[in-house]
Design a binder for this molecule. Structure first.
Ligand code: NAG
Ligand code: NAG
Length: 260
C-alpha cells in the first residue's frame, strides 16, 4: 500500500451516493497560493478555452497568460460518455469550480462524467496520486478469493487497454463470475500521461485497501480513475443493461479522502 492509515481521513462512513449533478470530489489546495485579479482573469479565459476544446474532443490541456500569472488547465470527460453529456458536464464543471474554489490557484473538481483542473504550476505529464477520493460499496463479496482473482485479471486487461496508444486513456471490460453475475470494470488516465505513467497510476489505484473485498469501488485521483461494479455502469448502455443497472445498483457507499 502506498499510504498509511494516518493519511486517511474518514469523514463519512456511509453516504447515499447518487449519480447526480453533484461533484464526486473537489480539491481547493490550501497549500497553493491565493489568486490575484490578473490570475483570476486568466483562469476565466482558460476555462472558456477548456470548455470549448473539451466539448469537441473530450479532452484538453492548455494554458493562458504568461509569466507569473500563467495558468495551466486540463479537462477530460470519461472516455465512454456521449459527447452531449460530456459537453454538459464540462460546462457545469467550469462554472462550479470557480464558485467552489474562489481563491486558490490549484483547484480540481471531479464529476462522474468529467474532470477539470487548473494550476499556476505546470502539471502536465506528472502522475499525481497524492490526493484521492474513494467510494466503496458497503457490502463485502461472499467469495473473496474467486472475486479477487477475476477482478485482478479484469483490471490487468483494461489497464493495458487504457495505457495503450489508441484508446484515449480509457479501458473498459467485463468478466462473468457465474451464469448470473458479471463484473464490470473501467480504467482511465488523463491523456497527458505516458503509457508507463498511466499504468503506474492505475496500479496504485488498484492497490487501495479501502476497496478490498468490496462489491464495488471507485478510486478518483488527479491522474487516473478506476471503477468496478457488479452491474453495468459505462456506456454504451442498451435497454437490457439499463434495466440490469437499475435493479442491481446500490446507493450505499462508504467514502474516504486520501491526502498527500
Ligand atoms: C507562490 O507564488 C510564488 C511566486 O510566484 C512562487 O514562487 C511559489 O512557488 C508559489 N507557491 C505555490 C505553493 O504555488
Ligand atoms: C466487511 O468486512 C469487513 C472486514 O472483514 C468487516 O469489518 C465489515 O463489518 C464487513 N461489512 C459488512 C457489511 O458485512
Amino acid at each position: 500500500m502506498a499510504f498509511s492509515h494516518h493519511s486517511l481521513l474518514i469523514f463519512a462512513l456511509c453516504i447515499l451516493y447518487v449519480e447526480s449533478a453533484d461533484p464526486s470530489a473537489q480539491l481547493c489546495n490550501e497549500n497553493s497560493n491565493t489568486t490575484t485579479p490578473e490570475i483570476t482573469k486568466n483562469i476565466d479565459s482558460l476555462l472558456t478555452k477548456l470548455v470549448q476544446a473539451t466539448s469537441q474532443s473530450g479532452y484538453s490541456a492548455t494554458s493562458f497568460g504568461t509569466g507569473q500569472t500563467q495558468v495551466f488547465g486540463l479537462a477530460q470527460c470519461r472516455g465512454d460518455v456521449p459527447s452531449k453529456d460530456c459537453s454538459t458536464c464540462i460546462q457545469t464543471a467550469a462554472k462550479e469550480i470557480k464558485t467552489i474554489c474562489p481563491n486558490r490557484v490549484d483547484a480540481r473538481l471531479w464529476y462522474e462524467y468529467c474532470f477539470i483542473r487548473y494550476n499556476t504550476k505546470k502539471f502536465f505529464g506528472q502522475v499525481d496520486t497524492g490526493y484521492g477520493m474513494i467510494y466503496s460499496n458497503v457490502e463485502n463479496v461472499t467469495d473473496p478469493e474467486t472475486f479477487n482473482r477475476a477482478l485482478g485479471a479484469l483490471m490487468y486487461r483494461i489497464n493495458t487497454i487504457a495505457a495503450g496508444p489508441a484508446s484515449k486513456g480509457i479501458g473498459t471490460g467485463e468478466t462473468k463470475l457465474s451464469d448470473f453475475v458479471t463484473l464490470y470494470g473501467l480504467s482511465q488516465c488523463t491523456r497527458d500521461l505516458s503509457p508507463f505513467s498511466c499504468r503506474r497510476c492505475l496500479e496504485i489505484a488498484n492497490g487501495e485497501t479501502f476497496c478490498d473485498n468490496k462489491k464495488g469501488c471507485r478510486v478518483i485521483y488527479s491522474s487516473c480513475y478506476v471503477r468496478y461494479e457488479l452491474y453495468p455502469f459505462f456506456f454504451p448502455l442498451d435497454d437490457q443493461k439499463l434495466a440490469l443497472e437499475s435493479s442491481l445498483r446500490t446507493t450505499h457507499y462508504s467514502s474516504v479522502v486520501k491526502k498527500p
